[in-house]
Every structure is written in C-alpha cells, then in structure tokens.
Design a protein around this ligand. Sequence first.
Ligand SMILES: Nc1nc2c(c(=O)[nH]1)N[C@H]1C(S)=C(S)[C@@H](COP(=O)(O)O)O[C@H]1N2
Ligand SMILES: [Mo]
Length: 370
Amino acid sequence: MPAKLSPSKGPAVAQSTRHTVSADPLCEECTLPSLDTLITPVERFYVRSHFAQTPELTASAWRLTIDGEVRTPLRLSLADLEALPSKEQIATLECAGNSRSYVTPPVEGLAFRHGAVSTAQWKGVSLAVVLAKAGPKDTAREVWFEGADHGREEEEGVAFDLKYERSLPTGKAMHPDTLLAYQMNGEPLTPLHGYPLRLITPGWYAMASVKWLTRIRVSAQRFDGFFQARRYVMIKEGVENRIDREPVTLLRVKSIITSPRHGEVIPPGVCTVQGAAWSGAGPVEKVAVSTDGGRHWRNAKLTGESYPDAWRRWEFRWQPPEPGHFIVMVKATDSAGNTQPKAMPWNFRGYANNSIHAIAVEVPPARPAP
Ligand SMILES: Nc1nc2c(c(=O)[nH]1)N[C@H]1C(S)=C(S)[C@@H](COP(=O)(O)O)O[C@H]1N2
Ligand SMILES: [Mo]
C-alpha cells in the first residue's frame, strides 16, 4: 500500500460536513463538498445504522464465533485476528438507499440525498483465511453474518425482534478481497463504524458490510432473514412474486459532483468541476460532463490512481461562455460498458439509484466598471 494515503485531517471543528438524516437510528450523510478526497476522514464518513443502540463492545470481552458447516468451529479474539496475515484495501462504501430522495415517484425509506457514500482504507484479514482455518464442509452454500446490534422493525403490521444479520454466497465470502476489518484509515474502527470488527464486501452495496460482527455461520441453507429477504431486494410495481425478488448486490456505476455545490454562484473565469465515480462491475473508464443540461458531453480527466474497489476522482475545467444559469451533469461509464440512466427505473424502496447527478449553478454578470 502506498504510504502517503493517510486521510487529510479536516478542520478541528468541521463546518457541517455531515448532516443527520435520522437521529434514531443514527444515520448521517455527507455533504458533497466534504467528499473532496480519495480517502474520507472517519469524522466525515457517512453513518447508517438500523437500531437505536450502538453496541458498546470491548476487545477484552468480545469474541468472534465461527461455526455451522465447518470441521473446526472457532472462537477468536481480536488479538487472534490481528496475528493472522493482514491485508489493506481502499474501498468505497455506498448505502443502497443513497440518492433515494431523488427517485420519482417517491419511495419508502430514509430520505438520503447523494451523501451516503464514502471511502476508507480498511485493514483486516481476508475472510477466506479465517474460513480456511475452520474448514468449510462440502455442504457449505452460504456464509451468514451476525452483528451485535438488535431492535425492532415493523412491516405490514407485524413487529419483528431482530438482530442485524445478512448472508453472502460462498463465492463472495471466499473472495480474497472480502475482509474482516479491524482498522479504518489507520485507526481501530470507531463504535459507529462497527468496533471491533466488521465485514467489508468490496463492490457491493454496503448493507452487506456487517458491522459489530460477533458470529459467522457457514450454512447449507439460504438465509431468508429480515434484512436479506424483506429489505435490500428489488420490489417492482404491480403484482409480485415474493419468492424471486432480485437481491441488491453489486454497486451500479455512478458519479457525483462534489464541487461546485448545487446553487453555487461561481466567480467569472475558469471553474473546476470535480467529483468521484465508481462501479462494482469494473473500473470506471470514462466520466463525461455536460454544462448545458445534457445536450453536449465532453470527457472529464480521471485523476489520481485507480484502485479496484474505490471511487475514481475526476475533474473538468469549464469556462462558462457567458453569465447565466447552467445545469451541470456528470455521467460515468465502467469497463463493462455500463453507464448511468437519466432516471432509474422505480423500485419500492428506491434502492441503487444511480441516475445522473445534475446541479444548477449561477454565473453572475461581470460588475460594470465604476
Ligand atoms: N450490524 C450492522 N451492520 C450494518 C448495518 C447495521 O445497521 N448493523 N447497516 C448496514 C448498512 S445499510 C450500511 S449502508 C453500512 C453503513 O456503514 P457505516 O455506518 O460504517 O457507513 O453498514 C451496514 N452494516
Ligand atoms: Mo445502507
């Protein structure tokens, strides 16, 4: 890993870099101008939790259980995990509900704007290494993950007492980049981000990156718990076959403008439009910007380095032709040829909205000479 990737420290008292979408459970999203670096400092990183209480785990009492369809069930301490070969990885997390408030017609769920996305340098151990120590049996079909957080959710008039639990198919679980992470940006995880251990599933929407991990169960069965079968599935309009709901998995190709801000009055002269672009299906190959509401597109410059699991920074130098009001848009294309729609097809919970980000800016007339 390059040594110089320590996150830039924001000002001591950050001027509103996050804003609260929900106080209970705690959900905070980033302001777009605060997402102006490859690595998002921890105090700026978005937060999405499902229950009121943030688990307060201590390394001395905490253990990770690995059981189910394995030859050797394990019970590991944080020190046990830290003693295994470590791996570092820069990965972007995006909430499946990011950009939900821009879906039309309106949808169910927390009204995130575009800021439920951030990038960190994670350190931990490959899940595959730990699973290999336990020795999965041939019957293994999925790997189930249990967080220490719990609470109630209601749906269709029924209240569920739940833990946060999710599963992965064995293929994704055994991928060497799927990480049991104990560090974020060079420091132990903070309580809000899953201390002492969380899963990181690069390239997938972040509901899969289970925080406050306490148990990993190798299973012969398909998991159909609340956050697997009732949430994070695509529910389309009309009569539905509830069995075959498509799960939310890979990050769709997407891009955001972090500067200028929507509504900004920009000084005359050259304006640098900049932001980030990512995809779970492959590297971002092209970012195009329009400054005339989508009539014409020109390529932006991809800047910095490309990391397989992180967003790519980009910038575009723009000389506004004359004073006025301009719609600036950005559209990314990944190596698989996927690009962004103008409007995402509607789904009930507004998941995975990757429609084109557009902002309006104002270029005021030059002041008349005195
Ligand atoms: N145990 C647990 N893990 C969880 C969640 C949760 O509520 N509980 N939320 C998930 C969702 S929906 C997202 S988007 C990410 C958010 O991670 P962050 O708060 O570190 O940004 O964590 C995921 N892992
Ligand atoms: Mo999420």
